[in-house]
Design a protein around this ligand. Structure first.
Ligand code: AMP
Ligand code: MG
Length: 347
């Protein structure tokens, strides 16, 4: 199959109409959102959604997020409640995915047989218009091959999906850089299943009863079933082994200089450290306090490390709170909990 890679903005109506026609005909389209690039199909079309799993090599028990263009369109596909509309008022459109009981119109292939559905309303104008033009909700996971870091540029999607899908819409680099915050809600409580740009602290401002699933920060125990199936898979992993250095216990610069002299490794460091690190295999992540920029660059840098053909990557262990929790969650899973120094790790 030939894959068209087309540069678009929200005014590219002609191309967006063509993409919408592909969605309506049961085909897959790669498209930008504010979080990461998505691989979209008509959420009402079970066959089209099964193609997503094939294209990604995604395990069939990992459900898809369904994207809508207006918060109230959740009525079509799920049983909403007051808390949903409180959250929608504050955070939608935006990087928040809400899991609610599903309506029958959503095929069980989309939800991997679960009786709930994950709903998100993206703020990215290209994504929003694509959904509108399609006239159906769009089921879309991240547009990477399963196990690879999520794509934050159209080039990443092309690298993974060239020859597999007919069209990729290039809307430039994603603003956020990690996937949406995923929560499961009841009438009066929220469980945070995957941290993202909408933080635990922000959710607390809307609802008193917010808890964090242990799978966000801890390794699953043997045989343990996570609330969100995606949590059990090793994700976001580059080919090289990633190690996280707990810099409260280990002097980062001396440690990575020692390792760089011994092995073929890359170093993901803060801009402030660049001058003191003695290797040319550098992955500068941003300033120490600029968490937004670090988050935005993370997946791009993990992909770049693979291009460098290194066998190991050393990076700082992120803080486990606030805006940093999303990075902590992605990195701790990408390194399979290999932390150097401190009480956190095994090494
Ligand atoms: P992705 O689309 O690749 O960003 O992944 C979507 C995430 O949402 C995965 O971790 C899924 O397991 C999770 N998810 C989607 N639908 C549900 C659901 N109905 N219940 C629990 N988790 C879900
Ligand atoms: Mg994904």
């Amino acid at each position: 199959m030939k894959t068209e890679l087309l540069r678009v903005d929200e005014r590219s109506d002609e191309i967006l109409q063509r993409a919408a026609e592909l969605i309506k005909s049961g085909a897959l389209v790669g498209f930008p959102t504010e979080t990461v690039y998505g691989l979209g199909a008509n959420a009402f079309d079970a066959m089209a959604c099964l193609e997503i799993f094939k294209a990604k090599g995604r395990p069939a028990d990992n459900p898809l997020i369904v994207h809508i263009s207006k918060p109230e369109d959740a009525e079509r596909i799920s049983y909403t409640n007051e808390l949903y509309y409180k959250l929608a008022k504050r955070f939608m459109p935006g990087a928040l995915t809400v899991i609610m009981p599903k309506k029958d119109i959503i095929p069980s292939e989309v939800t991997a047989g679960l009786d709930s559905v994950a709903v998100r309303c993206p703020v990215n104008k290209i994504a929003n218009r694509l959904i509108d033009f399609s006239g159906v909700p769009i089921a879309a996971p991240s547009a990477n091959r399963s196990g690879k870091p999520s794509p934050t540029s159209a080039k990443h999607v092309f690298d993974d999906m060239n020859g597999i899908i007919p069209m990729i819409l290039d809307g430039g680099d994603c603003d956020v850089g990690v996937e949406s915050t995923v929560i499961k809600i009841s009438e009066d409580s929220i469980i945070l299943l995957r941290p993202g740009a909408i933080t635990f602290e922000m959710l607390k401002e809307v609802c008193d009863n917010v808890s964090i699933s242990s799978a966000v920060t801890e390794e699953l125990k043997e045989g343990e079933k996570p609330l969100s199936p995606g949590m059990k898979y090793k994700h976001y992993a580059p080919n090289a082994q990633l190690y996280l250095v707990d810099d409260e216990y280990v002097d980062f610069v001396s440690f990575v200089n020692e390792m760089s002299a011994k092995e073929n490794c890359a170093v993901m460091c803060y801009d402030e450290e660049l001058a003191n690190i003695k290797t040319d295999k550098l992955l500068p992540v941003g300033k120490k306090n600029d968490i937004k920029k670090q988050t935005k660059r993370l997946f791009m840098l993990l992909r770049k490390a693979d291009d460098m053909k290194v066998t190991a990557i050393y990076a700082h262990l992120p803080q486990k709170s606030g805006e940093s929790l999303a990075m902590y969650n992605r990195m701790i899973r990408a390194c399979a909990h290999r932390v150097i120094g401190g009480t956190n790790g095994k090494i």
